[in-house]
Write a protein that binds this ligand. Sequence first.
Ligand SMILES: [Zn+2]
Ligand SMILES: [Zn+2]
Length: 160
Amino acid sequence: MIVRVPDLSSEVRSIDFTESPAALNEVLASSRRWSEQRFDEELHVDAEIYKTGSDVYYAGLIEGAVTCACPRCTDEFRWPLRREFRFVIVKADPDRDFEDDLGLDHYEGDEIDLGRLAREQALLALDDSALCSETCRGLCAHCGVNLNRETCDCPRHDRH
Ligand SMILES: [Zn+2]
Ligand SMILES: [Zn+2]
C-alpha cells in the first residue's frame, strides 16, 4: 500500500489494507531470529493518516496471526498478533539521523510505503518464547514423547 504525500491533507483519512503472507514471510526470511515462525494468514491493517505541513501522521492497528513452533513441545500452533502503532513520518533530511528513533520514520520523494511499516510492526509483535499453551508439558527429556499427548514411565525427578 503506497500513498502519495501530495494526496494527503490535514483531514484524517482512514486507510485499511491487507498484507499477504508471502510479503510477510519475505521480511521474516531476512531476519534469522524468526526461523521458527511462518505467516499463513493475511495481516489486516486498520489505520488513519493525515498530514500537517510535510509531516505525515500514521496510526492504527495490525491484526493477524503467525504459525510458530512451540519452544517446549515443538508442535506448531497459531499465535494471534495484534499491535497498535503510531508513526510520525517526516521528509528525509540528510542532516538528521532518525535511525534509532522508534515511532519516527522518514520518506523520500512523494511516496510512502505503508505496507513496509505494517510488516515491520508484525515482526515487532512476534514472540519467540510463546508457548502452544500455558500448561504445555513439553517433551520428555529421556524418551522424547510429547507429554501433552502421551505419558511415559521415565523418572520425573528432573522436572522443573
Ligand atoms: Zn507446546
Ligand atoms: Zn519419557
